[in-house]
Design a protein around this ligand. Structure first.
Ligand SMILES: [Zn+2]
Ligand SMILES: [Zn+2]
Length: 267
């Protein structure tokens, strides 16, 4: 029986003879159902039409899909001595991409900012011996393909290592999570924000939305909570959720200026 993937958002569903009738991610008010109706691809169909590609993105290896698929995010590999942490995920894992990641030291864990990027997390974990996939438990209702490797963590902080820490900020989703890599950028630190803090097109600011496609901004209390979580962290770079959507340097100042600007704009 095939596994099914939502062609609008990239969420993967369990194997079944027929595709699901609904996608809980698309039907949520933060996303939208395809104007032509809900549509799913089997994993084989997806692999026939799309490749997983990898390339360098501001000093890290990223993984994405070509042609672009669904939301179009790319995942990033954070190298640690005992294997890479995959940050965010994509809707497909191919043998070629898995081999490449293996050559880079393999995966020791996967961490994902929020349900829009869960993608094929179970496939990626299984390819590396069921490494833990840390998805915040407050968003468990959006896990479309339950899997034993998914670790629904709770609270506001989870240290994967001394240098790689997950911080739940809330905002876009109740369990929305960012990642801080203390050793990143030659020890200056790097912050991985997914679209919890969205890198703007000028790549000198971030912004905040409850729903990007449906234009629902995030309120001041939620933005202040994100800012309070980020305040103690040292970092020079912010990695956003798409290729080259990063703030390459002075990202700490850029983040603080962005919070001030955003709160003034919605006041
Ligand atoms: Zn969907
Ligand atoms: Zn999102």
């Amino acid at each position: 029986m095939p596994l099914w993937t939502c062609s609008q958002c990239g969420a993967q569903f369990p194997d079944a003879p027929a595709p699901p009738r609904h996608c809980v991610v698309c039907e949520d008010e933060r996303q939208y159902v395809n104007w032509k109706g809900q549509h799913f691809l089997s994993r084989d169909e997806l692999a026939e039409r799309h490749q997983v590609i990898w390339r360098e993105d501001d000093g890290l290896t990223g993984l994405g899909m070509e042609p672009s698929f669904a939301i179009g995010q790319r995942a990033l590999l954070i190298p640690e001595p005992d294997g890479c942490v995959m940050w965010d995920c994509i809707p497909l894992a191919t043998e070629a991409a898995i081999s490449h990641v293996r050559a880079l030291g393999g995966l020791k864990a996967i961490a994902i900012s929020h349900p829009h990027y869960y993608g094929a997390v179970a496939d990626w974990s299984a390819a590396f011996g069921n490494v833990p996939a840390y998805l915040h438990g407050d968003d468990a209702a959006f896990v479309t393909r339950p899997h034993p490797s998914i670790m629904p963590w709770s609270g506001d902080r989870l240290a994967i290592s001394d240098d790689v820490v997950l911080l739940r900020t809330g905002g876009h989703f109740p369990g929305a999570t960012i990642l801080h890599w203390r050793k990143g950028v030659d020890g200056k630190g790097a912050l991985f924000t997914g679209d919890i803090a969205m890198v703007a097109m000028d790549r000198r600011h971030v912004s905040f939305m409850y729903s990007y496609p449906n234009y629902i901004p995030l309120g001041p209390a939620a933005v202040r909570r994100i800012a309070e979580t980020v305040a103690p962290l040292a970092f020079d770079r912010i990695y956003g959720a798409w290729w080259q959507k990063n703030i390459a340097s002075d990202a700490k100042g850029a983040f603080d200026r962005s919070v001030t600007r955003y709160l003034a704009a919605i006041a």
